[in-house]
Design a binder for this molecule. Structure first.
Ligand code: HEC
Length: 154
């Protein structure tokens, strides 16, 4: 009897897993990097740019590196949430579309999020260990936000 129930649950789970594959994940498409990207501006260069690419671009840019499980529900739904939510708040690829004021506001928020350890998201760091920021990384990012702000205000 118990075995029968177990088999049924297993089968039902399997069927459900197949059914959910037909629901679109809503992961937005990527675009090639263009002139609007912060990577093309003189605002950020060298190691800081590399750090942003490594730790933030997977949710805050149009150049997202998608892993294989981005194609499989339900993990694809989580990724979709992260990327859509991330881009909505801050898209480094569309940086030049922000006004001066918005840029300064965003730089302040980047500083806050990085210093408080809110970003990159914890769930992302579980899988992407190399995206984790060391105390030195946090210091240099935070210093960069101040320098960039001063540059924008010039
Ligand atoms: C796994 C995806 C992911 C990664 C990686 C990530 N973010 Fe985010 N970020 C989000 C999401 C989702 C939101 C919007 C929801 C929220 O605030 O939690 C967000 C919001 C933000 C905000 C806006 C916060 C606010 O209060 O308006 C800033 C600034 C930010 N992230 C900076 C960064 C920086 C800097 C990095 C890299 C060091 C980074 N994020 C890495 C997903 C991510």
């Amino acid at each position: 009897m118990l075995m029968k129930i177990f088999k049924f649950i297993l089968l039902a789970g399997f069927v459900l897993l197949i059914i959910i594959q037909f629901f679109p994940s809503g992961i937005p498409g990527n675009k090639p990097e263009d002139e609007k990207s912060i990577a093309k501006s003189s605002l950020v260069t060298g190691p800081v740019l590399e750090q942003l690419k490594k730790s933030c671009f997977d949710c805050h840019s149009d150049q997202v590196r998608l892993p294989w499980y981005a194609k499989v529900a339900p993990s694809s739904w989580l990724l979709s949430n992260h990327i859509n939510g991330g881009r909505e708040n801050l898209n480094f690829s569309q940086w030049e579309d922000y006004s001066k004021r918005e840029k300064i506001g965003l730089l302040q928020k980047i500083k806050d999020e990085v210093e408080s350890g809110n970003m990159p998201l914890k769930s992302y760091l579980l899988i992407h260990r190399d995206a984790k920021l060391s105390p030195e990384n946090i210091l240099s990012l935070s210093k960069w936000t101040e320098e960039a702000t001063a540059k924008i205000m010039e």
